[in-house]
Structures are given as C-alpha cells and as structure tokens.
Design a protein around this ligand. Structure first.
Ligand SMILES: [Zn+2]
Ligand SMILES: [Zn+2]
Length: 301
C-alpha cells in the first residue's frame, strides 16, 4: 500500500498545504480518503489516474474534506473513466452528492454507488477489509482501519522434493491452491508452504479529539494517520474545535504501539514554524513524520 498526501492543511487551503485529500495506491486500484477542494488539481502533479480510482472514503462532511468531490467525480467521467466507483460516507453523503449533480445538471458516464456507513460497519473492497468507527468531533466524523490481504507463504522446496516432485507448474498449484494431486494422491498444500504473512494494517482517522474509538482503530497498526491541528500549547483550542494536538497524536501512537505515525491536518498558523512543529512530534514518538503535500509513504512491499 502506498499513500500519497494531496492535502495536509486544516480548514482552508494555504500556499503550503491544500485541504484534506489522501490517495491510497493498492495493487489493483486506487482509493481516495477525503477529497477537499482542489484535490483534483493536486492530482495533476502526481501519477494518480482518476479512472483508476475505484473508491472514495469520506471521513466526514465538513467542507475541507468534501468540497472537491463533485468536481473530481465529474472530471473522472470526462477523462473516460467508465468503471464503477463507490463513495463511502456518513449519513447525508447521498443527498448532498445527488442534489449537487441534479442542480448543476452533471451526468456521470459510469456507475456511481454511494454507501452511507454507520459506526462499526465493515466492508470488503478491492481485496481489502475496512472497519469504520465513529470518532469525537464537532460534527459526525469517522476513521477507517484498513486491513490488507494476507500474503501467502513461499514453497518449502525441501518438503516438496521429499515427495519426489520435480519443478514445474505444479509448484504454482501448491502455492496457490488448498490441495494438490501428485501421482494419483492428494496432499494438503499447507504443509508444503511457509506460514502466510498477515496483511498490513493502516488506520486513517478523520478529524477528532482523543477518544476510545480512535484506540480501537489504531491498535497495533503498521501505520496510523492522525490529525494534529494544533501544537501542545494550544490544547484548549484543540478542545474547543474538536481537534487534537501533536502530543495527543503521539500519545495514541505510543499507547497503540503503531509502527509509524504520520500527522496531518495542520493549522496554517504553523507556516514558518515547521521545525518546531516537527520537533514536538518526533521527540515524543521517533517513528513519526509530519505530512507535507505530495509526501509518499509505502507500507509493506
Ligand atoms: Zn478538517
Ligand atoms: Zn472537521
């Protein structure tokens, strides 16, 4: 899974950071997580192809997370995107999108499904498993825990040779099928391949103040993407607006033993203070990064 940040600022765009947008590149598809205004412009500077986007996961309906969505969906159609696309969003998503398309006379040349999720829902999409949890914000906001597919083990050549099986297409069958046949006898493949590797886990949270649900999403994740709208000395502002501080993000990362933390949704008040901001994050949880627009990060291979 490769992540590419398209917008890492909070509230409104600045010259340094666009509003929220994140692309997730999977082996056979691309997803978007949030699509703030200007996300499609940011994509022009990347290799992301709108027609390859199969799903958009919206954390919440605040404008800085969705105002770019109708534009992106329309452009995808204009660029000959014909494969179906699913938008997953909270209650209200369907009415807003349908209303926007109706009022503006927009027509899409592909099948658009809008699924309104609720807390605790799970989905299978493009071979990945996604769990949705409700967070704490001034407005209903959600986070996603994305489980990648399990990676099959490799062939235990010594064991296969013991059976006298010569190399050939049967090796592929042993690796990929539950059972295989050799000289009229059936064998259980499991004994002839190494243990499978569990899929990578990425937790991506919408705007939130610290809460138990965030812990459920982040527990043991290989990567946690968490907002840090404010620095620690502005904690009262973070509470007032339903956001988190740098240290609240790092505390969650520590408590949940995540492999890597990337903080995003950073207030424009920290323009010119990037080093100070980064120091506060990294000093508390060294395995962390402060997102910048166009930052790429790969989880697994
Ligand atoms: Zn926001
Ligand atoms: Zn918000």
């Amino acid at each position: 899974m490769k992540l590419q940040f398209l917008g890492t600022g909070s509230g409104m765009p600045s010259k340094q950071r666009n509003v929220s947008g994140l692309a997730l590149d999977l082996p056979k598809a691309t997803w978007l997580i949030d699509c703030g205004e200007g996300t499609q412009h940011q994509m022009l500077y990347t290799k992301i192809k709108p027609r390859k986007v199969t799903a958009v996961w919206v954390t919440h309906l605040h404008g800085d997370h969705v105002f770019g969505l109708p534009g992106f969906l329309s452009t995808r159609s204009a660029l000959d995107g014909t494969d179906a696309l699913t938008v997953y969003g909270p209650k209200g998503m369907k009415k807003w999108l349908e209303g926007t398309f109706r009022v503006t006379g927009s027509h899409l040349g592909y099948e658009l499904s809008v699924i309104e999720y609720s807390d605790g829902d799970t989905f299978e999409q493009d071979g990945h498993h996604v769990t949705v949890r409700k967070l704490e914000h001034r407005f209903p906001s959600y986070g996603f825990r994305i489980n990648g597919p399990e990676k099959r083990g490799t062939l235990r050549v010594d064991k296969v040779r013991e059976l006298g099986i010569p190399s050939g297409p049967i090796y592929k069958t042993i690796k990929e099928e539950e059972r295989f046949e050799f000289e009229g006898k059936w064998y259980d493949s499991k004994e002839y391949v190494t243990e499978p590797t569990p899929g990578k886990v990425v937790a991506i949270l919408g705007d939130t103040t610290p809460c138990d649900q965030a812990q459920l999403l982040a527990q043991g994740a290989d990567l946690l993407v968490h907002e840090a709208t404010f620095m620690e000395n502005e904690r009262s502002l973070a509470r007032k607006y339903g956001h988190s501080t740098t240290r609240e993000a790092t505390s969650l990362a520590k408590a949940c033993s995540v492999g890597k933390l990337i903080v995003t949704h950073i207030s424009a008040r920290y323009v010119g203070r990037e080093e100070e901001f980064e120091r506060e994050v990294v000093s508390d949880f060294p395995s962390s990064l402060v997102a910048t627009d166009f930052l790429e990060y790969t989880v697994g291979d």
